[in-house]
Design a binder for this molecule. Structure first.
Ligand code: GLA
Length: 383
């Protein structure tokens, strides 16, 4: 991707990095701006970047690489924020360890049973932070780190490259892991997330973004009427601590079947043992792929009210459908509304939960000399 930042102007507290005034007109509407968002208790500065292509606007924090807002046009062209989030840095620091709104998750997204895994004969013990298991990278995962940010500009896109180096032993994971996540907003209204990681010792890695979507608008109530289609014939049923049992199961004949579209809420209260464990959907789907790592459609979601459509494509083997089951009305979001159960849905593209302990799952081991690379695209349109 070409990087060309030609003009930097200070406007109020915001730093405007403007588009090159060239005849390469396609990106003329694109802009990347930066402003101060706050400071952590230790004085570390946190910035907020705003990327826009003229129609869609996304705000990204250097804290946790968090997507704070994502404003997308509805069928009448009215922009609305389609992701849950907080207004202030303090809220993210104090409260985001529960929901992980919009955050980058690492080193290991989702759960590792009892926080334990063995690699090349050595057993590692991670922090336990979710029942008996380790969740989303431990006590201070990537969602709590301040990432180095660099604007990137393509012919038809604006973007932000975030980097973070996790030192050997951080959160008890082996190896120094260098991670780069690149957010790219394209002219065609797609938000692309590119993940890249390398290590200096054998380790495990599973990276995702934990955005909570509501295509009718953040704070507008439950998203149960959204129609969801998932390109997955199979999923990984879990035990009562949400660790995959091991065998991969067919969705046929169960409320997990979204091969043809269904409203998210249509079967969410069915008396199904898996739905009862998750308090709704909180499960990993095994994506149908012609070959591993192919960038293919994972999910399509349509909101009948606004007409907004989101298509999620990924190179990753799985996606966690999580229907915001644990939001209980105690968190107040960006528009001042309290968030409750079902107010959003997450499509966390990922490797399967507990892969380090499941030899039949695609491997999450990364070794020196190898690179972990993954791409996820959330593309927006209307109908
Ligand atoms: C993931 C998990 C859920 C929950 C959320 C964050 O989606 O699978 O169980 O922990 O993150 O609240």
């Amino acid at each position: 991707m070409r990087k060309s930042i030609v003009a930097v102007t200070a406007v109020g507290s915001a730093l405007i990095v403007s588009a090159p005034p060239s005849s390469a007109a396609p990106s003329a509407e694109g802009s990347i701006t930066k402003e101060a968002f706050g400071k952590l208790a230790d004085g570390t500065k946190v910035d907020r970047y705003t990327l826009t292509n003229g129609r869609t606007r996304v705000r990204i924090l250097t804290y946790g690489g968090i997507i704070q807002t994502l404003e997308v046009p509805d069928r009448h062209g009215h922009r609305g924020n389609v992701v849950l989030g907080f207004r202030t840095l303090k809220d993210y620091v104090d409260k985001n360890g529960g929901p992980y709104f919009g955050a980058l998750i690492g080193r290991y997204a989702n759960r590792i049973a009892k926080g334990r895994f063995t690699l090349d004969g050595k057993t590692y013990q991670l922090a336990i932070n979710n029942g008996p298991n380790s969740l989303h990278g431990g006590l201070k995962g990537f969602n709590t780190k301040v990432w180095k940010a660099e604007p990137v500009r393509g012919k038809d896109s604006v973007g932000l490259r975030l980097t973070y180096t996790s030192v050997d032993g951080e959160e008890h994971y082996p190896g120094t892991l260098k991670t780069t996540v690149t957010y790219t907003l394209t002219r065609k209204n797609a938000l692309q997330i590119g993940y890249h990681a390398t290590t200096d010792k054998a380790t495990i890695v599973n990276l995702t973004n934990h955005s909570y979507f509501n295509l009718a608008g953040e704070g507008s109530g439950v998203a149960y009427d959204h129609r969801l289609q998932l390109n997955a014939d199979r999923y990984t049923p879990v035990d009562d601590t949400s660790i995959p049992l091991g065998p991969i199961a067919s969705v046929k004949g169960t409320p997990f079947d979204f091969i043809s579209p269904h409203a998210i809420g249509e079967r969410i209260r069915d008396n199904d043992p898996q739905l009862l464990i998750g308090h709704g959907y909180d499960h990993n789907y095994v994506l149908n792929k012609p070959k591993p790592n192919a960038l293919t459609l994972a999910a399509k979601v349509t909101d009948p009210r606004s007409g907004r459509v989101m298509e999620a494509s990924t190179t990753q083997p799985g996606v966690q459908l999580y229907t915001a089951n644990f939001l209980d009305g105690t968190l107040v979001g960006t528009s001042g509304h309290a968030y409750r159960q079902g107010d959003a849905f997450c499509l966390e593209t990922q490797h399967f939960p507990d892969s380090p302990n499941k030899p039949n799952f695609p491997s999450t081991v990364l070794r020196p000399g190898q690179a972990f690379d993954a791409t996820t695209v959330y593309a927006f349109s209307t109908k």
